[in-house]
Every structure is written in structure tokens, then in C-alpha cells.
Design a protein around this ligand. Structure first.
Ligand SMILES: [Fe+2]
Length: 410
């Protein structure tokens, strides 16, 4: 049995007695009934985009990350492009809604938020987790009050038929899916009919060629972490819910007081290396928006009010080392800037502090930010508080600008 409570705790953020008590109970029970051992790594991430946007988004992802285009699954109302690095890192499924009038639960999650509503089909949907016994995992989760879409709903949503899909979380609005796959088997998605589309393949090859020409292809590593933003009052529930649904453990939380925010990290009990199974980070304001006038502003809460709870960024790791006398992350950012990619700030952090980080501007296709992170000399820490404060601030400034622009277009 893998003991989920046997990991060191980091961070300085105080949790409530409720959290500490139920964290212990939830993880002990999860280990005891065998769920921790039956649920393995994140096998795929699912992202949905507006009609006509998937080609450009595949190009963008294949330039900015090490992903390669594999195949497209065509179904009646969606085209789902599968991107892969290899079988040691999760796939990305980019799913384009074909008809702008298509309605459904994922669109509804965007529509009640003022900026989210502008791109109602664009959002990160959630993760697919590999399990060793699908039937048993689903029965155990149902007995713990986890709700699943039924088979008919999965068919109508045009999600792969070989998955059990949990309904969107009330705290993060993300889904988690389970599928059974022996570790030695390749990932196969039971959805529609598959083909390598000439237009998508051309976009991919174009991006790959640029990536290689710039010399960044050797420097980009798989995804390090996924960061979700939630309402302040949902911080502890969102973390505990994710631990209920996965085999992750609670790594710890840091208070980012000057941005009125906290960063809360969970990691896989099975994979110490994030590049094989990304860490899941939850960011929440320290107090709700209606306290801002009494205390201080809150970029994190403002994001959630504008977009809804959702994934905020995907962090891509950059190989440790230097290229042309620049830290690799500086080289990657400079190369992408020369190609027109914009970033929200300059690279922050230093070799001495252990890591450097930066945020890109949000993708116009998925609304997701790409973070680059380079760790120096095997630095184990997850971030520095100063870096997170600067990143949070920069994202907040950018988002206010976008809100003004969106309103001006009305
Ligand atoms: Fe991050």
C-alpha cells in the first residue's frame, strides 16, 4: 500500500482544523480501500476551443511546447486532435466544437462569467487518469458520492466511450475521467473515426520546423504543473476534492500575502517526477472580493469572477543549462519573442534562488497562459514566493486590460 500521508509538508499557509482533520481521514481511507493504488498517472488533458480555432491552437502548442500531432478523431459535432510527446508524459486532446450553436454543460460553465462568455466553447476541461481496475474505481467513487455522467450522456457529449467521466467539480468546474490501461499498452481513445488531417499536420510540421530552427526543441520538457484558480471560500474543498478523485497528496500551501493569494500544491504519490505526472496547483484569494475595499485588491478572485473557476496556466519545464551564454529559459523566451510571441513580464527569479519563471500572454484560442519554469542544479522547491507574487500581479494587470478591451467591443 502507498501511504499518502508519508510525505513532508511544505509551506507557511495555515489551514483550518476542518481541513487538517479531513485531510487525514480522507487519505487514510483512500489508502485503506485500495483507491490510491488503483489510480495512477494523468494520461491526458482535455481542452475545448471555438469553431475554427483548433488548427491555430495546435500550431501554437506545437511551437511553445514539445508536443507533436498524432491523429484527429472526427465525431459528428467535434474534431478532437491528439497531441503527444511520448508515453511518459500526458497527451493533450484539443477538441474543437464544429457548430457555434452547439450547447452543452461545458459551454454553460463559461456563459455565466463576463469574460468567459466571450469565448463560450474555450476552456480547459480536465484530466484523464489511468486506473488499473475501472469498474472497481467507479464503484468505490460512487459509494463516496462522486457523480458520473452515464453512458448515454458520454455518447451525446462525444467523449471517448472507454472512459468513466466525473461530472464537473462545483469548486473548479473541471472534470476528471478514468480509463483502464495496462502500463505497457499505448493510449487509444474510443471516439469517432481517426485520420491524420492534412491541414492539422501541415500546421504541426510548420510549428515543429520553427521550433527546431530556433533551437528550442531540445530545451522544452513536458508539463511541470497545472494551476487552477478557485473562489477564496473553496480553497480547502477544492484541494480535498481533488485528493478524493485522484491518488495525489497534499504537498503544502504558501501564503502570497502581498497579492492576497495562496498557492496550494498537490502531487502524485506514485510519480515523484512532475514531468511524468504533473503537479496540480490551486490558487485562491485569501478573502472574498467584497472585502477588497476593507483590505486589499485581489487579482486571483478577480480572475475567477471574470472567467469562472478554471485552469489558469499550464507550466512547461525548461531543461537546466545554458544556450548561447543565456539560461535556457531566457533563450527560449527570447527566441519566441523574436517570432512575435508576447509575455506578460520579463523572466523572473535567478539561478541563486533555484528557479526562473515567466508567463506568456493568454492564448486567444484557449485563454490559457503558458508558464515556463527552469530549475537550476536539481532545485527541489516548487517556487519562490517573490516569483509567484510577481507572476500573479502581471497576470492580474493583463486581465484587467483584456476586460476593458472586451467591454469596448460591445
Ligand atoms: Fe505556475
Amino acid at each position: 500500500m502507498t501511504p499518502s500521508l508519508n510525505f513532508p509538508r511544505y509551506g507557511d499557509k495555515q489551514n483550518s482544523p476542518f481541513f487538517e482533520d479531513y485531510l487525514q481521514q480522507l487519505l487514510e481511507e483512500r489508502d485503506h480501500i485500495g483507491l490510491t493504488d488503483m489510480i495512477h498517472q494523468i494520461d491526458a488533458l482535455m481542452i475545448t476551443v471555438e469553431p475554427g480555432n483548433s488548427l491555430a491552437y495546435v500550431r501554437e502548442l506545437c511551437l511553445m511546447t514539445p508536443y507533436e500531432y498524432l491523429v484527429t478523431l472526427e465525431s459528428q459535432d467535434h474534431a478532437t486532435h491528439i497531441l503527444r510527446i511520448d508515453m511518459n508524459a500526458p497527451d493533450i486532446l484539443v477538441r474543437e466544437v464544429k457548430d457555434p450553436n452547439t450547447r452543452g454543460i461545458f459551454r454553460s460553465l463559461n456563459e455565466v462569467y463576463p469574460i468567459g462568455a466571450y469565448k463560450p466553447n474555450s476552456r480547459y476541461m480536465g484530466e484523464v487518469l489511468r486506473v488499473s481496475n475501472l469498474h472497481e474505481v467507479v464503484e468505490l467513487q460512487k459509494s463516496r458520492d462522486v457523480r458520473f455522467f452515464n453512458q448515454d450522456q458520454i455518447r451525446k457529449l462525444e467523449l471517448p466511450g472507454n472512459m468513466a467521466v466525473v461530472k464537473p467539480s462545483p469548486y473548479t468546474h473541471n472534470i476528471v475521467s478514468y480509463w483502464e490501461r495496462p502500463d505497457a499498452h499505448v493510449r487509444v481513445y474510443a471516439l469517432g473515426w481517426s485520420s491524420i488531417r492534412d491541414d492539422v499536420n501541415a500546421a504541426y510540421l510548420d510549428a515543429k520546423e520553427t521550433r527546431e530552427k530556433l533551437g528550442i526543441d531540445k530545451l522544452l520538457l513536458p508539463i511541470d504543473h497545472l494551476a487552477t484558480r478557485v473562489y477564496s471560500q473553496n480553497r480547502e474543498a477544492a484541494i480535498l476534492e481533488y485528493l478524493t478523485l485522484t491518488s495525489y497528496y497534499y504537498w503544502g500551501s504558501y501564503d502570497i500575502a502581498d497579492q492576497n493569494s495562496s498557492t496550494n500544491v498537490t502531487k502524485s504519490v506514485h510519480y515523484a517526477n512532475e514531468l511524468e505526472c504533473p503537479a496540480k496547483v490551486f490558487t485562491a484569494a485569501n478573502h472574498p472580493y467584497f472585502m477588497n475595499h476593507l483590505l486589499t485588491e485581489s487579482p486571483t478572485e478577480a480572475f475567477v469572477r471574470n472567467f469562472g473557476p478554471r485552469l489558469h496556466h499550464i507550466a512547461v519545464a525548461v531543461k537546466d543549462g545554458e544556450t548561447n551564454a543565456l539560461a535556457n529559459i531566457d533563450y527560449v523566451v527570447q527566441s519566441l519573442r523574436d517570432c512575435g510571441q508576447k509575455f506578460l513580464l520579463d523572466v523572473i527569479g535567478s539561478k541563486e534562488e533555484g528557479l526562473k519563471q515567466i508567463f506568456s500572454t493568454a492564448s486567444e484560442y484557449s485563454s490559457l497562459i503558458v508558464e515556463y519554469v527552469q530549475r537550476f542544479g536539481g532545485f527541489q522547491g516548487f517556487f519562490t514566493k517573490d516569483n509567484v507574487a510577481e507572476l500573479t500581479h502581471a497576470a492580474g494587470v493583463e486581465e484587467s486590460l483584456r476586460a476593458l478591451q472586451e467591454e469596448a467591443q460591445l
